[in-house]
Write a protein that binds this ligand. Structure first.
Ligand code: GLP
Length: 234
């Protein structure tokens, strides 16, 4: 795992945006795996500032809540539209459909779409406090594909800041599986802020364990960890 350490959020976001821009310059019709959350917001702002041209790219988001509509202000579709898609030129933008009547079929469809596009060239990931990637909570098999998950209470609490109350936070989501994520050619893991200190240091200890999903990234040949605003082990 390569590790780029920066201090300020601005540098962090610029570094992440440059990695994305490099990929798209190298291959304009890239398949990009995108993440939501507070961490990548600055990277998206940078891409907008730089007028990134993703018109030939296809994007796949990692996850989506189940049980809220795609136009709900807190859906990941809304997040992506507001933070990126509305502001740049972008090709097809795919996000799991959390409103699908048959959720298992939706997971299967999403997997097929990824395959039809030749797999993901570059996957952006954030890190949950409990080591989750996408919404793959601790204990998720490393062999998992796109699936429906019950969100951990700690994850619902962490995300409650975006909703009016904890009650409103969905209890389920669709997420790409860990194996799905691991099949990406290249992965950028973005970790910013003191509250992620424990999680990132646990990752850097190197123990690969399903109780800490992000630890599997040590077995991927092309991962870049970009960390900022956090004291790290090495
Ligand atoms: C969320 C998302 C993840 C995200 C993570 C960290 O629940 N499902 O994709 O990476 O938790 O979020 P944040 O960047 O807001 O800390």
């Amino acid at each position: 795992m390569r590790h780029i350490k920066v201090n300020r959020y601005e540098n962090f976001s610029q570094t992440a945006a440059e990695l994305m821009m490099n990929q798209v310059e190298k291959k304009p019709n890239s398949t990009l795996g995108l993440a939501t959350g507070s961490t990548p917001k600055g990277m998206y702002q940078e891409l907008v500032k730089r007028s990134a041209d993703l018109s030939q790219a296809v994007t796949f988001n990692l996850d989506e809540y189940v049980g809220i509509s795609s136009d709900h202000p807190q859906s990941y579709r809304s997040f992506m539209e507001e933070n990126l898609f509305q502001h740049i030129r972008v090709g097809e933008t795919l996000i799991p459909d959390g409103e699908a009547a048959d959720l298992a079929a939706e997971c299967e469809r999403y997997e097929q779409l990824i395959n039809q596009h030749g797999g993901i060239d570059l996957q952006v990931l954030g890190l949950g406090h409990n080591g989750h990637i996408g919404f793959n909570e601790p204990g998720t098999p490393f062999s998992s594909r796109t699936h429906v998950v019950d969100l951990a209470e700690t994850t619902r609490k962490a995300n409650a800041r975006f909703f009016n109350s904890l009650n409103e936070v969905p209890k389920k989501a669709i997420t790409m599986g860990i194996e799905t994520i691991m099949e990406a050619d290249q992965i950028i893991l973005l970790v910013y802020g003191e509250d992620k200190q424990q999680a990132v240091n646990r990752l850097l200890q190197g123990d690969v364990n399903e109780q800490f999903p992000a630890s599997i990234l040590h077995e991927h040949p092309n991962v870049t960890l970009v960390s900022g605003g956090v004291k790290v082990l090495n």
